[in-house]
Design a protein around this ligand. Structure first.
Ligand SMILES: *[C@@H]1O[C@H](CO)[C@@H](O)[C@H](O)[C@H]1NC(C)=O
Ligand SMILES: *[C@@H]1O[C@H](CO)[C@@H](O)[C@H](O)[C@H]1NC(C)=O
Ligand SMILES: *[C@@H]1O[C@H](CO)[C@@H](O)[C@H](O)[C@H]1NC(C)=O
Length: 667
């Protein structure tokens, strides 16, 4: 599962198609030559030798970035910018009344709130929170339960302004996890966007499961009935502006402590200061990935630090492409699932053999340029072939960043060519502030997640049971440095599982050092088993392959040592499944199709084809399937809050289907 599965479906319109003009007359040749001369490409200069991107640390088996002068990791890039609060202040200083947060009403252009306005509102709101009993220290947790929008960031900054910590809540967390978090962090104030969300919190309070909750602050209007209902269980309901006006000014300026969120910075600076590449003040990013995740938060803080802008989507993922076209972002944070979708759309839009050949040729030419370090969107091929694709993403993209799940090398290198912008790939997890390795600017090769960031040391440790040994450069990826977290809140047991006594974070991912000092993710620890005939199976690797199938949204691969073959549980992608089936002559609702054995066969064939393409061994291919019409989610207990499959629970949940598949004696 990836970040993308948090979002509802995204119908990409037919916008990803080729430019109409693609017939070259011979007479054009001369002008093309002339054109090439003026637009002659210049290669990008990487910040270090791409053949040696990381180096061994002196007295340990770990490696660090080759950009660093010595083994001292980067903590701060600017000495006076150590916290997320400082980073915003830096942006404020650079940009002042320049635009900061953008939003739009349907069909309208973007409207902007300036840095000065954001800072003022945050300060007033922060004082309002103090007036409601919040304490100005890092042990004070304030909940935010809302979709991405400017008020989210203003609320976050309000907390940072008074050294308080933010706890993001989100729908897919599920009731139980939400109650657990509210109580664990002793949250009394939650800031919400809509009455419905506030109402779900109120329900818990009414049931007596969240006794500490005493104040709900809403962005949107709410009903009087709701206020009454809240009052009867001793919860105060306020509108955001109300808190700012009537309470905020009273205690304004009393306190201005700074929260030591230094980990934020060390990560950020290593992230975006890798030599030849920097964010600029006129950069614009689109915000649509959930702010509850570190990935999106890091991106925003990074933008602020340079006085750049963040525009929010309207909150409806089906309008995202329209928002992008209007905003014209220069930076596109993205997850592999969406890039896969774009890739499929582009290929799907090219039907005639001539245009397909032209596309392939153009991609080859661009890829050849890329391998010599040239990244551009103004080559002849861009004008002739990729122009319309680039325009559907606003036409201003300078860079994109993909993270949260592995991306297929073929898709990445295709999109680097067609989009004509830098596409970085990062690897990390929330526990190390989202990032630990990152592809180097100027490195357009694929199949790895880059070198350690200047804020992290990375090592691999033996996993004997899986036959991975550090001496061969393979093992579980462990991370140490200022961006690594200090532990889970009030949970020493889980903290000890993740962090060893020397401060190494154990990621659970299996990595391999490549010769040029980059890291490749090759496996996941723990989940490995033998089939009856003795072959080892790493189910997650296989699942990642099957995720590439168009009809597949989620997949769970199962087998054990009593069986000689694998089976799968597949949740078809609600957004495309019905159409996909219709193209193959099957008609019915999503649920009906899931029950149709012939549809199942078609999905199985599609998966086998993708599996063969990815060179899965035949024993690694699933031999039977169950199509399940309901997504694995945090709410139904089948995903962890970090969106990884709860494998034991999924196995238990589908025990009946699994037994029945094995009892059928397939092939
Ligand atoms: C690395 O090790 C060598 C030899 O043990 C030592 O002389 C040198 O000072 C060390 N360098 C650093 C940066 O620790
Ligand atoms: C792509 O085009 C935009 C707008 O024309 C430009 O600002 C940007 O720098 C270009 N990107 C590259 C990598 O050439
Ligand atoms: C780094 O090594 C990997 C694996 O050998 C290769 O695929 C990639 O192209 C290399 N990258 C560079 C920039 O040399």
């Amino acid at each position: 599962a990836d970040l993308w599965s948090l979002l509802p479906s995204l119908p990409l319109s037919s916008s990803f198609s080729l430019s109409p003009s693609s017939v070259l007359g011979l007479g054009a040749l001369a002008s093309i030559t002339a054109y090439w001369l003026v637009t002659r490409p210049r290669p990008m200069r990487p910040p270090c030798d791409l053949k040696a991107q990381s180096v061994a640390v002196n007295v340990s088996e770990a490696r660090r970035s080759a950009i660093l002068k010595d083994d001292t990791l980067l903590e701060f890039y600017y000495d006076d910018t150590r916290t997320a609060y400082d980073m915003f202040q830096r942006g404020l200083m650079i940009s002042g009344s320049g635009p900061c947060l953008g939003f739009r009403k349907p069909g309208q252009p973007y409207e902007w709130i300036s840095y000065t306005e954001v800072a003022e509102q945050a300060q007033v709101l922060g004082s309002g929170l103090l007036a409601k009993g919040c304490q100005p220290n890092p042990e004070q947790f304030v909940g935010i339960y809302a979709q991405n929008r400017p008020e989210w960031i203003i609320s976050e900054l309000a907390c940072y302004t008074y050294s308080m910590a933010v706890v993001p809540l989100y729908d897919t967390l599920g009731l139980e996890a939400m109650v657990h978090i509210l109580n664990l962090a002793e949250i009394s104030v939650v800031i919400c966007d809509r009455e419905e969300k506030a109402a779900s919190l109120l329900e818990n309070k009414e049931k007596g499961t969240t006794p500490k909750l005493s104040c709900l602050v809403l962005f949107n209007d709410f009903s009087q009935a709701f206020v009454e209902r809240a009052k009867s269980c001793e919860v105060e309901v306020l509108k955001l502006e109300q808190l700012m006006v009537s309470w905020g000014f009273a205690v304004c300026r009393c306190l201005n402590l700074i929260c030591p969120l230094c980990f934020f910075c060390s990560f950020h600076f290593s992230f975006f200061s890798q030599g030849s590449f920097e964010i600029q003040q006129d950069d614009v990013s689109i915000s649509y990935l959930p702010l509850a995740h570190m990935f999106e938060r890091m991106i925003q803080v990074s933008m602020f630090c340079y006085g750049a802008r963040v525009g929010f989507y309207q909150g409806d993922i089906s309008l995202l492409m329209d928002d992008i076209k209007t905003l014209k972002p220069t930076f596109f944070p993205v997850v592999p699932r969406l890039l896969n979708r774009i890739y499929d759309k582009i290929l799907g839009s090219v039907t005639s053999p001539f245009r397909r050949a032209l596309l392939n040729y153009a991609v080859k030419r661009k890829q050849a340029e890329l391998s010599s370090g040239v990244v551009r969107n103004n080559s002849l091929w861009d004008k002739l072939v990729f122009n319309k694709i680039q325009e559907s993403l606003g036409g201003n993209l300078r860079f994109a960043l993909t993270a949260s799940a592995p991306i297929s090398p073929a898709v990445l290198s295709f999109l680097r060519a067609t989009l004509g912008c830098l596409i970085f790939e990062g690897y990390g997890q929330t526990e190390c502030t989202a990032g630990c390795t990152f592809s180097m600017p100027g490195d357009c090769s694929t199949g790895h997640v880059g070198a350690p960031l200047p804020c992290a040391m990375v090592k691999v440790v033996d996993i004997p049971e899986m036959n991975y040994y550090a001496k061969n450069g393979e093992g579980e990826i462990c991370i140490r440095g200022p961006s690594v977290f200090r532990g889970y809140l009030r949970d020493p047991e889980k903290t000890a599982e993740a962090l060893d006594s020397d401060g190494w974070l154990h990621s659970g991912d299996v990595g391999q050092w490549l010769q040029n000092g980059t890291l490749r993710i090759i496996d996941r620890k723990k989940h490995i088993f033998k089939l009856a005939q003795g072959e080892y199976i790493a189910p997650e690797k296989i699942e990642n392959v099957y995720m590439r199938c168009v009809p597949v949204l989620q997949v769970f691969v199962h087998g054990d040592s009593l069986q000689s073959y694998l089976i799968g549980i597949v949740v078809p992608d609600p957004e495309v499944f019905v159409d996909w089936a219709k193209d193959r002559g099957f008609v019915g609702s999503y649920e009906e199709l899931c029950q149709n054995p012939d549809v199942k066969k078609a999905v199985l064939e599609d998966m086998s084809a993708v599996g063969r393409e990815a060179r899965l061994n035949s024993f690694e291919q699933v031999k039977d399937l169950y199509l399940h019409p309901e997504m694995f989610s945090v709410a139904n207990g089948l995903l962890t809050p970090t969106l990884k499959s709860r494998r034991a629970d999924i196995r238990r949940h589908f025990q009946e289907q699994i037994s029945s598949m094995y009892s059928k004696k397939a092939n």
